[in-house]
Ligand binder design. Structure first.
Ligand code: SF4
Length: 261
C-alpha cells in the first residue's frame, strides 16, 4: 500500500511522520552507500561563480555535454570578465555542445552583468560568509536561477550540507515514499531538508543521481535488481533485469558539478 502520512492542519507533516521518514531516509542513504559506495567530495572546490555558470550550462542536457561546453568556454575565455565583454554570438559558439546555447549564453551574460553591478567584480566570494538561506535568497533573484541551481552552488562550491533536488532526485524520492503526495522538485527540496541525515547531503544526493542512472531510471526502472525494493512505494514497479554492466559499472557516474575547474 502506498504510504499515507499524517498531516497537520496546514499540510505540514506531523512529528510522527517526520520521525518515520527520517528513519527511512537514514536506511535508504545507508543502503545506497553499501550498494554504490561512499562518494567523497574533492579537497578543493571551485569558486561559487564558476559553479553558478556551470550549473546554468547543465540545465536540460547531460553532464558530458555540459562539461564539454564549460571546458570550451573557459579555454576560450579564461576570465569571467572576458565572457562578459565577448560578443554573444562568440559565447554561443563556445557553449553550443551544451544545447540551448542562445538562451544559456544570454543568461550567462546577464548573470555576469548583475554580479558585476552588485559586487563590483566578477566574484561571489562574499558568499563563503553567508548563511545557506541568504545565498539561496540572493541567487534565486537572478534570471534563470532556481532553487536547484542555488542548492548546487551551496553543496558543490561552498561545501554546505544541503541536498539539491533535480527532476531525477525528485522522481526517486517520490517512488521511495520519502516525500508523500504530489508536487515538484521544489516541494521535495523543502520536505527532504527535514529528513536527510546530517552530514549526508553530498553522498545522498550523489548516490541518488547514480542510482537513477543505473537502476531507478525514469522509463524502465530495474526493480528486479533494486536493493531498495522493500522501501519502495512505487505502484508500477517493473521486474526488468538490465544487463549486469549497467547495474555494476560506473560508466554513468560522471558528474559535471564534481568536475568544474
Ligand atoms: S523498486 Fe523500482 S521504482 Fe522502486 S526504487 Fe527500486 S528501481 Fe526504483
Amino acid at each position: 500500500m502506498p504510504h499515507k502520512p499524517d498531516r497537520g492542519s496546514r499540510g505540514a507533516l506531523s512529528g510522527d511522520s517526520r520521525r518515520t521518514l527520517r528513519a527511512k531516509a537514514r536506511r535508504v542513504a545507508r543502503h545506497l552507500e553499501k550498494f554504490l559506495g561512499l562518494p567523497k567530495q574533492g579537497e578543493s572546490l571551485p569558486p561559487p561563480l564558476d559553479m553558478l555558470i556551470a550549473t546554468i550550462l547543465s540545465q536540460n542536457t547531460n553532464d558530458k555535454n555540459s562539461h564539454r561546453a564549460y571546458t570550451r568556454l573557459r579555454r576560450k575565455y579564461p576570465r569571467w570578465e572576458d565572457v562578459a565583454r565577448a560578443p554573444v554570438r562568440s559565447v554561443i559558439a563556445a557553449i553550443r555542445s551544451g544545447g540551448m546555447a542562445n538562451q544559456k549564453a544570454a543568461r550567462i551574460k546577464e548573470v555576469l552583468s548583475t554580479v558585476r553591478n552588485r559586487y563590483g567584480s566578477y566574484d561571489l566570494a562574499e558568499m563563503y560568509q553567508w548563511t545557506d538561506q541568504a545565498v539561496i535568497d540572493e541567487l534565486v533573484q537572478l534570471n534563470g536561477v532556481g532553487l536547484k541551481t542555488a542548492a548546487c552552488v551551496l553543496l558543490f562550491s561552498l561545501r554546505r550540507d544541503v541536498f539539491p533536488v533535480d527532476t531525477h532526485v525528485h522522481r526517486i524520492c517520490s517512488r521511495l515514499g520519502l516525500v508523500p503526495g504530489t508536487g515538484g522538485p521544489e516541494r521535495t527540496f523543502a520536505l527532504m531538508k527535514a529528513i536527510v541525515p546530517k552530514g549526508k547531503g553530498y553522498s545522498f544526493h550523489t548516490n541518488l543521481i547514480r542510482f537513477g542512472r543505473r537502476v531507478c531510471r525514469s522509463g524502465n526502472p530495474a526493480c528486479g535488481l533494486c536493493p531498495l525494493v522493500k522501501e519502495c512505494v512505487f505502484v508500477r514497479k517493473r521486474g526488468i533485469v538490465l544487463p549486469r554492466r549497467i547495474i555494476s559499472k560506473s560508466n554513468h557516474d560522471f558528474m559535471l558539478l564534481d568536475n568544474v575547474s
